[in-house]
Design a protein around this ligand. Structure first.
Ligand SMILES: [Zn+2]
Length: 454
């Protein structure tokens, strides 16, 4: 059962609603905000030029840097008298993104989160232990508003304090837990030390998000806690959680609340909108926000859209679980791939270590890819035993076993990713180590053509 009528309407009616709201949004930002007016004037677009949903292509994209450039109030379209709440991103890489909410924005947020809660099967009979952080982070309050709207009893725990979390979970009989998957796994470890069997508690549902998580993580959580785990997606720039959610009945893609957040999947390089079913970068336009609407905001998240109605009865378009971020993606001769794909190839082969570097360069008009992979100490010793002189590099170039290994890796990469790469084996310890996030890519191409990366 869906929470609201709009979740089950036909595609034609949805498109009519979306067009009306898009036209209203463009007129609203044009009339209210000088930055937006300038942006649209530069592209010679007037609000009345938006006559069909396809006309969204006339609008400019916005990126995180556009919001940062206007920090903190430049993109606001509501006056402070009408703003009732602020939230913000963590801002680990610079100034945070501060998002203002009017009363109507809080109402919108409550509505989309009520849909997400209903999607997860939460009702007025449930006790929701909300472990998302309360504060500037949107997870806590967003979930709080939605759970109250469906009539559930909220236990506003916020994060941390594992032992107390477990005690109250037992004593009050929480039936739903909402948290990041990684915190729940941590809670399980603490519970084990306390001698708690989570499967014997009353938990039946979990609503998870705020970080990427895999199907295998879902299986692990369900087994350890004896609950059904549902995914939800959102981002502070849009409103917080509630952009899309899984239904507990089917759990095959996340239903996008597309009457509030208009989704497009675009080619990260050309920015051309892609047809349904093709993978690319998710761009979202808010078609209901008052405080700080955003036009075609590039999320950098990789997904694809599926318009087929779901067996749960909802007709909202579905998006795949996020498969990666464009920040990490490379586009080589039109083929997209993530360095992590190279990692999985290397891990399957003997004699090479997971220390590698992808070097991309452009020769004329062609992108050239070289994958440098370290061999293990053991492999090196054996190779060196055959040839007594020369540097490690020369040994690896000349020894027959190394040449065979290079050929195998080259074929693996071609089979899996579809690009022909030059594979170079390098001696152990020669790829620079990093204490933080490993640096896997050296892109020597001119900046303009390596799109999707900043
Ligand atoms: Zn569904």
């Amino acid at each position: 059962m869906a929470w609201s009528r709009e979740e089950t309407i036909g595609r034609d009616e949805m498109r009519r609603i979306q067009l009306g709201k898009l036209q209203k949004t463009v007129a609203y930002v044009y009339g209210k905000n000088a930055v937006y007016r300038k942006m649209l004037d530069e592209r010679k677009v007037k609000p009345e030029d938006i006559r069909s949903l396809d006309d969204i292509r006339k609008l400019p994209f916005t990126v995180k840097q556009d919001i940062r450039d206007q920090y903190p109030f430049g993109l606001f379209t509501a006056s402070m008298e009408d703003i009732v709440e602020f939230h913000a991103t963590s801002g680990t890489t610079g100034k945070p993104v501060v998002v203002p909410y009017t009363r109507n924005d809080v109402e919108l947020w409550t509505e989309v989160m009520a849909r997400a809660c209903t999607g997860a099967g939460i009702t007025n009979k449930d006790i929701v232990q909300n472990i998302y952080g309360y504060g500037l982070f949107t997870g806590g309050l967003g979930t709080h508003y939605g759970a109250i709207r469906v009539g559930a009893t909220v236990l506003p725990m916020s994060g941390g304090n594992s032992q107390r979390q477990i005690m109250l979970m037992q004593d009050l009989g929480s039936t739903v837990v909402t948290a990041t998957p990684s915190f729940l796994m941590h809670l399980h470890e603490v519970g084990l030390q306390m001698g708690v069997d989570f499967k014997k508690l009353k938990l039946k549902t979990g609503l998870f998000g705020a970080e990427p998580w895999s199907e295998s993580m879902r299986q692990a959580i369900q087994e350890k806690f004896g609950l059904k785990a549902c995914d939800m997606y959102g981002l502070t720039e849009m409103i917080g959680p509630g952009v899309s959610f899984e239904c507990h009945e089917v759990r095959d893609g996340l239903h996008v609340n597309e009457d509030f957040f208009y989704p497009e999947v675009i080619h990260p390089e050309t920015c051309e909108p892609l047809p349904f079913g093709e993978e690319g970068e998710l761009a979202l336009t808010t078609i209901g926000n008052e405080g700080m609407p955003l036009l075609r905001y590039r999320t950098r998240d990789i997904t694809r859209l599926n318009p087929a109605p779901c067996a749960c009865g909802r007709t909202l378009v579905r998006m795949d679980r996020i498969s990666g971020r464009t920040d990490d993606m490379l586009i080589i001769r039109g083929v997209n791939f993530f360095p992590s794909q190279i990692e999985s190839i290397i891990l399957k082969r003997q004699g090479v270590s997971p220390h590698y570097m992808v070097v991309v360069d452009r020769q004329g008009s062609m992108d050239e890819v070289e994958v440098r992979i370290e061999v293990t100490e053991d492999f090196m010793a054996k190779a060196g035993g055959d040839v007594l002189k020369g540097s490690g590099q020369e040994i690896l170039k000349n020894v027959a076993t190394a040449r065979q290994k290079i050929e195998n890796l080259r074929r693996d990469i071609k089979d899996m990713i579809g690009i022909t790469a030059k594979v170079t084996l390098v001696p152990p310890g020669t790829i620079p180590r990093s204490e933080g996030k490993a640096r896997r890519v050296e892109d020597k191409r001119p900046k303009g053509i390596r799109t999707g990366r900043s």
